[in-house]
Write a protein that binds this ligand. Structure first.
Ligand SMILES: [Zn+2]
Length: 318
């Protein structure tokens, strides 16, 4: 057999849902198609460039990518996802589809109707992000090592979000935030990957075994053909030890307490869970197939919230 991604992922226990369209959705483990490039030859009528849009709204362009733009001022943040069906968000709330998007050479053009549409949602008061409060450094734990495993990576992008970005990238971002909370608390942490590379599932579990890890936590994001699905799920292997179950319950509790919708603690024989000898759990942080959650998962503030909740669960477990 080749070492292709699809083969590796056949070893994962993932429920497969076949939609009437014939498209396969297999949770986050599916290796999906590449993002479709946006193309267009002529500048269409009734459009404005992203820069013109920003200037008409009195905002500046903070961030511009191939399919993601962020505009803002001191009081507002506007996020535009310009993939097919991409949405516009003003201060974290979806205001609907971005609509027509055309690219001419390096410039992106959107409908000029977005100007009044966005303007109607801009606020003149400073945006108050929910205050997480200072992070209280809990007691320092023994010599225990925790292995954090950002799912997928490299040639295996994981699932693609409805907003176009790939699971492997969000997994890594959340994992980094989680690791920094844990290190702040004095926990020894080893990551299975620190960049966009793909360690095999066997290598990830082997690392945890070699480190004799007190806990192995794999970080993933979910996908489902039904775009209504949202919330996090914590998994442990079917024959998991009581320690794995305890760690899973605690992580579930803290994520729930953080106000993130819970799909509970479930069992599934993911390879990394089965092959890790010590306690091991896998967290699906949310559904990238749901527009709202896909946008939240891209938001550093939300990533921090998830990371902190998982860290709190791990710290109580240790
Ligand atoms: Zn995944």
């Amino acid at each position: 057999m080749g070492s292709g991604v699809s083969f590796k992922y056949k070893n994962l226990f993932i429920p497969v849902i076949i939609l009437s369209s014939g498209v396969l959705f297999t949770g986050c483990g599916e290796s999906q198609r590449s993002p479709r490039p946006i193309s267009g030859q002529t500048r269409p009528s009734y459009t404005v460039s992203i820069e013109e849009l920003a200037s008409k709204l009195g905002l500046s362009v903070r961030n511009s990518g191939n399919s993601y733009f962020e505009l803002g001022d001191a009081k507002n943040t506007v996020r535009l996802f310009t993939d097919d069906g991409g949405r516009a968000y003003v201060n974290g709330t979806s205001i609907g589809s971005v609509g027509t998007v055309k690219k001419v050479s390096s410039k992106t053009y959107v409908s000029e109707l977005l100007v009044p549409q966005i303007r109607g949602h801009l606020i003149s008061q400073p945006v108050q992000l929910p205050n997480l409060g200072p992070y209280e450094v809990p007691r320092v734990y023994g010599s225990g090592t925790v292995v954090i495993d950002p799912g997928h990576g490299g040639n295996d992008p994981g699932a693609q979000s409805v907003l176009g970005y790939w699971e492997k990238d969000v997994n890594l971002k959340i994992a980094y935030k989680l690791v920094s909370y844990l290190r702040e608390a004095g926990v020894d942490v080893v990551m299975t990957r620190e960049s966009d590379v793909y360690p095999t599932l066997e290598a990830r579990a082997a690392l945890a075994n070699r480190e004799n890890a007190d806990l192995f936590v794999s970080i993933h994001c979910d996908s489902n053909g039904d775009r209504m699905h949202r919330g996090f799920t914590v998994y442990r292997a079917r024959s998991a030890s009581s320690d794995s179950k305890k760690a899973g319950r605690l992580i579930e509790k803290y994520l729930s307490n953080a106000g993130i919708p819970s799909k509970g603690l479930r069992s599934a024989d993911y390879k990394v869970l089965v092959q890790t000898k010590g306690p091991a759990v896998l967290v699906e942080c949310g559904f990238m197939s749901n527009y709202d959650e896909a946008a939240l998962l891209m938001d550093p503030w939300y990533q921090n919230k998830i990371a902190r909740a998982i860290a709190d669960g791990i710290l109580e477990y240790l």
